[in-house]
Design a protein around this ligand. Structure first.
Ligand code: GRF
Length: 190
């Protein structure tokens, strides 16, 4: 049986594309839908180029959740992946996907997480605090930002001459390498 994934992305969508490409030849997992809360998300262009159905929903829809849940059901989505998604997930969607919805955060949670901590702000905070290492955290999604049960963490060095950009590049490399594999492992265990 094939598991259909939906990916939620608000911006660039490089993780969404990487995950979609990872599963393109998989007989067991298919990225069936990409959803966004931003009309400007480059993730929309990526999904069109990849031939993956995509949809934008405005804030009101993300607050209510019902129409989005109906769409997820109509695509028979069995697993939801957040990849740079910045809106809050409605409770009815969280409840529909217990242990079947994951997020990635570009630091070693609980460090540098929580509301408002995304993108370069995270890397700036890591550098400001003088951390010697950073990395990624893959965790289940919960009602509280970045507070769901941790599934996996991968570390990288923070170099003395790092800028937010150079650190982001190192962290992104970890995301591309590990996020698809962790998702695959979780789906195989369902
Ligand atoms: C990633 O660093 C991810 O960890 C965070 O948002 C970023 C999204 O990047 N949640 P992209 O849109 O996948 O390029």
């Amino acid at each position: 049986m094939i598991t259909n994934i939906a990916i939620l992305a608000s911006g660039n969508g490089s993780n969404a594309e990487n995950i979609a490409r990872h599963f393109m030849s998989s007989p067991k997992v298919k990225v069936a839908l990409i959803l966004t809360n931003s009309q400007k998300a480059y993730a929309l262009k990526r999904s069109r180029d990849l031939g993956i159905p995509c949809a934008y929903f405005s804030k009101e829809f993300w607050q209510d959740g019902q129409a989005i849940l109906s769409l997820l059901r109509s695509y028979q989505i069995g697993f939801v992946v957040l990849a740079g998604f910045l809106a809050k997930i409605p409770d009815i969607i969280l409840q529909a996907y217990p242990q079947r919805m994951v997020n990635i955060h570009p630091s070693l949670l609980p460090l540098h997480g929580g509301k408002g901590m995304y993108g370069d702000r995270v890397h700036e905070d890591v550098l400001r605090c003088g951390d010697k290492e950073s990395g990624i955290t893959i965790h289940y999604t919960s009602e509280v930002y970045d507070a769901g049960q941790i599934i996996a963490q991968y570390h990288c060095e923070v170099k003395p001459d790092d800028t937010p950009d150079t650190l982001a590049t190192r962290v992104h490399a970890l995301e591309y390498e590990y996020y698809p594999r962790v998702i695959e492992g979780l789906i195989m265990k369902l």
